[in-house]
Design a protein. Structure first.
Length: 279
C-alpha cells in the first residue's frame, strides 16, 4: 500500500503537464464556431459549424468565430472611426480624374457555409473585412467608375454606381457564404476643388435655365388660357347672335322680359307701341 501511495504522484505528473495544454473555448450567441485541428488524424477544418456553447479544445486545436447576424464596418479616411489608418477608397472616372470616398458595408455569414469561408481564407472575420472584402470593394469600385464621367458619378448616377459595386461584390462572395447585404457612401465623394467649383457652377446655371423655362411655360400657359377664354366667349356670342337672327320671336320675348311695363309718355308720328309689330 505504501509503495502504491508513493507511485500515485508519479502518475499525476503527466496529467499535470497535459491539462494546462488543453482548455475549453466558448462560441458566443450570434456566432458559429469553426474548429481547426493542427495535429492527429482529425487535422484540418471541421466540415460543420459549431453552435453556441463550450467546447473542449486540446493542444493544437483552435475555434474561430464568425458572426451570423448582420454586422457593419466603415472604411473611412478619418483616424477616429473603426481604424486609426486611412481606409478611404481611391478611384478614377473614365477620364482618369482622381476621386476618393468613404464606404460602409453590411454583411453576415451563412452559418452552413462558414467552414467553406474559413477554408478559403484561413483568417478570422476582422481579417476578411480588412483584406479580401476591402480588396473586392476597391476593385469593383474602380471597374464600375471607369465607365462614368465625374458629372455622372457626383450627380445622377452616384447611387447606381455603388449599387453596381455591391452587386459585383455580393456575387463574388456568395459561393463561400459571405452575404454582402449593402454598401453605403459614408462620405461625400471627394473631388478636386477646381473640378468641384466647375460642377457647382454648371449645376447652378442648369437650375437657373430650368427656372427660366418654367417661368416661360407658366406665362405661355396663362396667355393660352386667356386666348382660349376670349375665343370661347366670342364663339358663344356668335352662336347666340346666329340663333337670335334665325328666331326673331326669341328677341321679342327677351325684350318683353326686360320691359318694366311703362309706355312712353309721348310718341311722335306713327311710331309703334313697344312689342307691337305691324303686319
Amino acid at each position: 500500500m505504501t509503495k502504491f501511495v508513493r507511485f500515485v504522484p508519479l502518475l499525476l505528473i503527466p496529467l499535470i503537464a497535459i491539462v494546462p495544454m488543453s482548455s475549453c473555448s466558448r462560441v458566443e450567441p450570434g456566432h458559429v464556431g469553426i474548429k481547426v485541428s493542427n495535429f492527429g488524424s482529425s487535422a484540418g477544418v471541421s466540415d460543420h459549424a459549431l453552435g453556441v456553447g463550450w467546447y473542449f479544445t486540446p493542444v493544437g486545436t483552435n475555434i474561430y468565430e464568425y458572426p451570423i447576424y448582420t454586422s457593419t464596418y466603415a472604411w473611412t479616411k478619418s483616424s477616429t472611426e473603426q481604424s486609426q489608418s486611412d481606409e478611404e477608397f481611391p478611384f478614377q472616372d473614365r477620364n482618369g480624374l482622381n476621386l476618393s470616398a468613404d464606404v460602409s458595408v453590411a454583411y453576415r455569414v451563412d452559418p452552413v457555409k462558414a467552414p467553406i469561408l474559413f477554408q478559403k481564407y484561413r483568417i478570422d472575420m476582422a481579417g476578411i473585412v480588412a483584406g479580401p472584402l476591402r480588396n473586392a470593394v476597391r476593385s469593383a469600385l474602380n471597374e464600375e467608375a471607369a465607365g462614368l464621367g465625374i458629372e455622372e458619378i457626383y450627380g445622377p448616377k452616384k447611387a447606381a454606381l455603388l449599387s453596381a459595386v455591391q452587386r459585383d461584390v455580393a456575387r463574388y462572395f456568395e459561393p463561400v457564404g459571405l452575404h454582402v447585404e449593402q454598401l453605403y457612401w459614408a462620405s461625400n465623394i471627394r473631388v478636386p476643388d477646381q473640378v468641384l467649383s466647375q460642377i457647382n457652377t454648371k449645376i447652378a446655371n442648369e437650375q437657373a435655365a430650368l427656372a427660366a423655362q418654367a417661368n416661360v411655360a407658366t406665362v405661355k400657359a396663362n396667355a393660352d388660357a386667356r386666348i382660349a377664354d376670349a375665343e370661347g366667349k366670342a364663339k358663344a356670342s356668335q352662336i347666340e347672335g346666329d340663333a337670335l337672327r334665325a328666331n326673331p320671336a326669341i328677341l321679342r320675348q327677351r325684350a318683353i322680359e326686360k320691359w318694366d311695363g311703362k309706355l312712353p309718355t309721348y310718341s311722335a308720328g306713327s311710331g309703334q307701341l313697344p312689342f307691337i309689330t305691324e303686319k
